[in-house]
Design a protein. Structure first.
Length: 216
């Protein structure tokens, strides 16, 4: 990778990894301005290339955002899988780790998180993005299946419903209270403590914790 200056004194970026430079430039812009602040021209400027250069790799802004969202979901899946760790040594404790990992990812990777959930990317427009999102959610769903399997089959709540409810709880708390920007709401506790309490109340209602008579 080399840097050079053309006859007009502008910085030129000459290497074989323009795609990566554009993705990184876009991530920097999203981190600074949010997804709405991302344009192809700004991504090119951030990468130090001409405005036409990005079109060698990305058809338009939406395709660039879809690439970033896909990468974000892949990282997200890895973080959730590490937290779940097969549900050992105990499923409920592992489930709580997944919730904390969700909030930590949103805090640590705000640009990826924004591209994944706030950019309005049409998930079904990109099969790779759809697959990456499904694989990340599958961690939460698998954890919910392990937990609900502890209940009697008769009257057992659908694992998918449980996974969706917990996903919504984690996402709402991350969005409202886990942000690093000025949009963060103040809490008298940590976002992790709020999520843990919310999930505990929810699981108690299902009879999964607290000695409910629904256990059999």
């Amino acid at each position: 990778m080399t840097w050079s200056r053309d006859t007009e004194g502008r910085r030129g970026y000459h290497h074989g990894n323009l795609r990566e430079a554009l993705v990184q430039g876009a991530l920097d812009l999203i981190a600074a301005k949010g997804p709405a602040g991302l344009t192809i021209a700004e991504a090119a400027r951030a990468a130090g290339v001409s405005p036409a250069a990005p079109y060698r790799h990305f058809r338009d802004r939406e395709e660039l955002l879809a690439e970033i969202a896909r990468r974000g979901f892949e990282r997200f899946e890895e973080a959730l899988a590490r937290a779940w760790d097969g549900g050992v040594p105990e499923a409920l404790a592992a489930f709580e780790r997944v919730g904390r990992a969700y909030l930590e990812f949103a805090r640590r990777e705000p640009a990826y998180y924004a591209a994944m959930f706030e950019a309005g990317v049409a998930v079904d427009s990109d099969p790779a993005l759809r697959l990456a999102g499904d694989r990340a959610f599958a961690i939460v769903r698998g954890a919910a299946e392990t937990l609900t399997a502890q209940l009697p089959a008769r009257g057992r709540p659908p694992a998918l419903m449980v996974a969706l409810h917990v996903w919504a709880l984690a996402h709402g708390i991350a969005t409202l209270f886990g942000r690093r920007d000025a949009g963060r709401r103040k809490l008298p506790m940590s976002p992790e403590e709020l999520l843990e309490a919310a999930v505990l109340v929810y699981l108690q209602g299902l009879g999964l914790v607290g000695g409910s008579s629904r256990r059999g």
